[in-house]
Design a protein around this ligand. Structure first.
Ligand code: 5AD
Ligand code: SF4
Length: 421
């Protein structure tokens, strides 16, 4: 279906069901609990926008809610366990407060195994939807209020509904903007291609229009979101790259800072590297997930670059832009990772000198190629390597932070830290 037709259909559908809920349902206090990445945070902003349209008040405490929506993440086992724990607690709450509705959405619901587990173990769940059909929430809620025991709908592949739904932005001055959906990379440890479907890019004109509208409401900083922004535009018939998109966004009045997440090292182009110098609004910061420092492990991970390729790219980036801040994702304990492989990771971390890093212990994800390997690293070894990795990363970060002592820089004050709220 053409995007225009689709948008029209979605609009008709949501307006009808929004009206239905608005006029017929009286208990309307809702909470959205979000797990996982920025993509999920932004999806929750869209869900909250729909809820407000239906007349719901958003509350901060689950105990006050008539509707609880859990937006799930499946990237690691621990994220899934957290959700199961939460659904267990909601079971107890529901036995005391019968009218409460529980909805589960997000990546876990895109996976058949987790979805079936939730359906079987948590009969207290009333509504299930996925990442690709958030706009169905009003219809599913209507079905549920009309007595349907489990209102469920899942769409396998990404649908661009960003032009139909708004988002209840958490901050007025900084906003997430989706530029693409899905991932085609199939890194052997990762569940995302199975949950978020195949990669598609949003048309530049739609993205620009969204950002222009955001600036009218006070947005100064935009963070462009995609699993692999460096392959932006590859699904278009005409040639249009991520660097081209950045250039157009840089020209929008009112935008002061541009950020993006996430880049795949194999696809990072020279054109993009030069954008950091050429575009005055592009923040001087690059998140470039390396995952591991051993070329042997990188091959097993299906990352399609070697340690040397990665270091060469970093050298180029630093030579063009010596002040750039670098961050990464690093994983320890991938199946078959030897002590020597791990030492390669430590060596790479020392050479790059990351300003910050997100560190992970490999977690088995069912049905991914890495999960089927019989050379899993024992938990004790994984944890020990994780600690050793932090011992290398932290002093480098401290050294990097110390360079700012005595310097005046522009900052965007975002919020109180969580512990001071
Ligand atoms: N185990 C541990 N970490 C993982 N990541 C993705 N899949 C797994 C997994 N199975 C990490 C990667 C990715 C980040 C978002 O999560 O480092 O870049
Ligand atoms: Fe997962 Fe690799 Fe895609 Fe990132 S690029 S989402 S790690 S498959």
């Amino acid at each position: 279906m053409e995007n225009k037709e689709l948008i029209n259909d979605i609009n008709i559908n949501i307006n009808e069901y929004i009206r239905n809920i608005k006029e017929n349902i009286y208990y309307k206090k809702a909470i959205v609990i979000t797990h996982g990445c920025q993509m999920n945070e932004h999806d929750s902003e869209k869900i909250e926008w729909l809820l407000e349209k239906m007349g719901y008040d958003l509350v901060k405490d689950i105990k006050d809610a008539d509707l609880v929506i859990v937006n799930t993440c499946s990237v690691r086992h621990s994220a899934e366990d957290k959700v199961y724990g939460q659904l267990g607690n909601l079971k107890n709450l529901k036995s005391k407060k019968k009218n409460i509705k529980v909805a589960v959405c997000g990546c876990m619901m895109q996976r058949e195994e987790s979805r079936n587990y939730v359906i079987e173990k948590f009969p207290n769940v009333d509504i299930i939807f996925g990442t690709n059909n958030i706009w169905k929430l009003p219809e599913l809620l209507s079905m549920s209020y009309n007595g349907k025991k489990l209102a469920i709908d899942i769409e396998e592949n990404p649908v661009n509904f960003d032009d139909t739904l708004g988002a209840n932005r958490l901050y007025s001055f900084k906003s997430y903007v989706n530029i693409m959906y899905g991932c085609n990379n199939f890194c052997s440890y990762c569940i995302v291609p199975y949950t978020r479907g195949r990669e598609t890019s949003r048309r530049p004109v739609e993205i620009i229009r969204e950002i222009e509208n955001l600036t009218k409401k006070g947005t100064k900083e935009v963070t462009l979101l995609g699993q692999n922004v460096n392959s932006y535009g590859k699904t278009f018939e005409d040639e249009f790259s991520f660097a081209d998109l950045l250039e157009q966004i840089n020209d929008i009045d009112g935008v002061e800072r541009i950020r993006f997440m996430t880049s795949h090292p194999k696809d990072i182009s020279d054109e993009l590297i030069y954008s950091f110098n050429n575009l005055d609004k592009l923040c001087n910061f690059l998140h470039l997930p390396v995952q591991a420092g051993s070329s042997r492990v990188l091959k097993m991970m299906n990352r399609k670059y070697t340690k040397e390729d990665y270091l060469k790219k970093i050298d180029k980036i630093k030579s063009i832009n010596p002040d750039i801040a670098l961050s990464t994702d690093i994983m320890v304990g991938f199946p078959g990772e030897s002590e020597e492989d791990f030492l390669d990771t430590l060596d790479l971390a020392k050479k790059v000198e990351y300003d910050t890093a997100f560190t992970f212990i490999y977690s088995v994800r069912e049905n991914t190629p890495a999960a089927k390997r019989d050379d899993q690293v024992p938990d004790k070894v994984k944890h020990e390597r994780f600690e050793r990795l932090l011992d290398v990363l932290y002093p480098i970060q401290e050294k990097k932070n110390r360079k700012f002592i005595g310097k005046n820089v522009d900052v965007l004050v975002e919020d109180f830290s969580k512990k001071d709220r």
